[in-house]
Design a protein around this ligand. Structure first.
Ligand code: GCW
Length: 677
């Protein structure tokens, strides 16, 4: 149940609570989100307040909680104020004897219901009346689930919580209970779409058995207002369809995808769309046929166009993973803008470009992807990771909203006008209808969903921020904590303090000053391995040698990357003096003895930061002890185990990185902690 436990409030709070006497859900059909909302409200109130309210579908004169769409309210004579609701938005009015939950559509009514339940579960009985709209229309989850033709369970690429809840043995699983529970969690935080299979897509998802299976998945998620889409493999016409080509302009290929789209639509009438990873990391794509990426995206856009409002999410994660480090100007970070800049305006109107938040790959610190400043005629979707691929894989506590907010609040200053990333991905800045958010979540069959209880705050916060990116990261965390562990002040303070310390600490003991996550980048992306960064084709380089470190990404002497930003931002990053310390080595190649704004040298900062970060992680197990006895032993012990592990692993990180750079630079630590021990 994650944060939807509906644990009973303390006895006196329950007794004092006054809520209406019944529930009216203004929709009769059992698969509709409004019907779901009625059932959920019944369940929640039973759990939280021990009150068993009847649910009906027709308005009564008595005191009630009424849920429905604007249309349903007005057609049954309900009085509403003047509302300005967007798709999925809701109006929530709470008074002692009457609660109105009004959605612009059915989904909105369900979201309003979850909001009301969240208040009740936190013991909040305030009278309110307000409307709430999502910041952006696209608020999706991506799962990187494999179908695994031979194994018994679908594995998950970069998933750390067991096998897939969707796939096993190359098929869609029979029992989709867990899938519908997942949709419930998504709905409770305002998420409205999901891509169920890995972007490194298996063509067999499109065979006839699996098409029917996709229909079942969509049926399981629909009552929760979650629409389903899939990742496509560009080569499917060849590998599955036995055509001789997958050329996006070939008539046979166009026809083949058209038939697939019709078939999909027949099984999933409200199909959400397709996600495409093309010409990236050995995946096939249009460039193979000398066609543009836009030709590739439009192929799918046209195939799905006749069937409703499905969209194409075309990933900007296109780069060459065999680049040559001996070339000082080679730079993977340049790839997205190089590939996509000239394609703006060439995509059909049902295509959006899905862009990872930084130009490389979900690192502990990256500048914002400059591509967000280049797509004025194409909707942008920001891709985040809830799954902690580079950030400790859920074995480390890292609360991510502070990182996400740093990105979302960044001002790109396009055309010298305020251009916050959050306003670009809401569609507002460039006036786009389609824009928004996607996060790789990768839940698995583990009963905690992500393998770690505390990691779930990231999933919860992702939905909350996609709905309202200006929300405060601490209050989101406090809501989540109250819903997950209860309202005791010690619990809230403990989890808040550890969580808010966790990203800075992780950055300190893994990779600082913008050098990236110094992990094993050619292997599992786990644990320290600074020596793996350089000397390979992946382009996540540090260019560290005996005297200096960092990527020179300046225009005047480096890879030219800083010039991909709008002029004001470009000027800031071009100059070593105005580049913030936390991105210094991202943009500049400097001696280890270079002085930072803090007055420390780069190398001394490395040593100190690794000691500081590891020292913070050392405090986590002790901090957690404060909640012993205040929460159930099972979750207490599971969290304690992971925090203890993190504390130890932070030491491993500290020493591995510090010794590596000590050996490389031969510069002594001023405090004499590093080397010779
Ligand atoms: O960073 C890489 C990940 C791959 C992933 C890829 C992508 C799904 O390590 O596992 O593949 O990014 O985002 O496509």
């Amino acid at each position: 149940d994650a944060w939807l436990r509906y644990a009973a409030l303390p006895c006196d709070a329950r007794k004092a609570a006054s809520i209406p006497a019944g529930i009216v859900a203004l929709n009769g059909t059992e698969t509709s989100p409004v019907y779901t909302a009625g059932q959920e409200l019944h369940k929640g109130i039973l759990g939280i307040l021990h009150k068993d309210l009847a649910v009906t579908s027709t308005p009564t004169n008595g005191s009630s909680i009424t849920i429905g769409t604007v249309n349903a309210f007005t057609s049954t004579g309900g009085a509403l104020p003047e509302l300005d609701l967007k798709d999925d938005g809701f109006w929530l009015s709470i008074k002692n004897d009457s609660v109105q939950i009004v959605g612009q559509n059915e989904r909105g009514a369900l979201y309003g219901t979850f909001q009301y339940l969240s208040m009740l579960a936190q013991g909040n009985f305030t009278e309110v009346a307000y409307e709430s709209n999502p910041s952006a229309p696209i608020r999706w989850v991506n799962q990187w689930d494999n179908m695994d033709d031979t194994g018994t369970h679908g594995s998950i690429e970069r998933g750390y919580a067991g096998p897939s809840i969707f796939f096993a043995e190359g098929l869609i699983v029979e029992d989709l209970t867990r899938v519908s529970q997942y949709a419930r969690l998504m709905a409770s935080i305002g998420l409205n779409g999901i891509i169920v299979n890995n972007v490194n897509a298996n063509v067999n998802l499109l065979n006839s058995t699996n098409m029917a299976g996709l229909g079942r998945i969509a049926d399981a998620m629909r009552p929760w207002g979650v629409r389903m889409g899939i990742s496509l493999n560009f080569d499917s016409p060849r590998t599955l369809g036995k055509l001789t080509t997958a050329d996006p302009l070939d008539e046979g290929v166009i026809q083949w995808w058209g038939d697939i789209a019709t078939d999909l639509h027949n099984h999933v009438p409200d199909f959400a769309g397709v996600l495409v990873k093309a010409n990236s990391e050995s995946q096939p794509g249009p460039l193979t046929y000398n066609r543009t990426l836009a030709d590739g995206a439009n192929l799918f856009a046209r195939a799905i166009k006749p069937h409703g409002d499905a969209i194409v999410m075309f990933r900007a994660f296109v780069y060459d993973n065999k680049i040559n480090q001996t070339n000082w100007k080679a730079d993977r970070a340049n790839a997205a803008v190089d590939f996509f800049r000239d394609l703006d305006g060439k995509f059909d109107d049902n295509v959006v470009v899905q862009i990872k938040y930084g130009p490389i790959d979900f690192q502990v610190r990256e500048p914002v992807s400059p591509l967000f400043g280049h797509l004025e005629q194409t909707g942008s979707v920001i891709e985040l990771q809830v799954t902690q691929e580079y950030l400790g894989q859920q074995c480390h506590l890292v609360y991510l909203p502070p990182l996400w907010k740093t990105i979302l609040n960044f001002d790109m200053k396009v055309d010298n006008k305020p251009s916050l990333v959050r306003d670009i991905v809401s569609g507002e800045r460039f006036n786009q209808k389609l824009a928004g958010y996607a996060a790789v979540v990768n839940v698995g069959t583990n009963t905690s969903w992500l393998g770690s209880h505390l990691a779930m705050s990231n999933f919860y916060a992702y939905g909350r921020l996609a709905w309202e990116p200006t929300s405060d990261d601490v209050s989101i965390l406090e809501d989540w904590t109250r819903l997950t562990f209860g309202s005791d002040r010690t619990i809230i303070d403990t989890i808040t303090k550890m969580s808010m310390e966790s990203w800075p600490a992780h950055e300190n003991y893994t990779g600082n000053l913008g050098i990236q996550s110094l992990t094993d980048i050619t292997g599992p992306h786990y644990g320290p391995k600074p020596q793996s960064q350089d000397g390979n084709g992946w382009g996540q380089w540090t260019r560290a040698d005996a005297t200096s470190i960092g990527m020179d990404r300046t225009v005047w002497n480096g890879t030219g990357y800083s010039g991909q930003y709008p002029p004001e931002v470009a000027a800031m990053y071009e100059d070593v003096e105005t580049t913030p310390d936390d991105l210094l080595l991202w943009f500049h190649h400097v001696p280890y003895t270079q002085k930072l704004k803090s007055g420390k040298t780069v190398i001394q900062h490395f040593y100190d930061a690794h000691y500081d970060g590891a020292a913070v992680a050392q405090t986590f197990p002790k901090q957690w002890e404060a909640v012993k006895g205040l929460i159930d032993d099972e979750r207490y012990d599971e969290v304690a185990f992971r925090l203890e592990y993190q504390a130890g692993h932070a030491l491993v990180w500290r020493d591995a990185i510090n010794n590596f750079y000590f050996n490389m630079s031969s510069i002594k630590d001023e405090q004499d902690r590093v080397g010779n021990h």
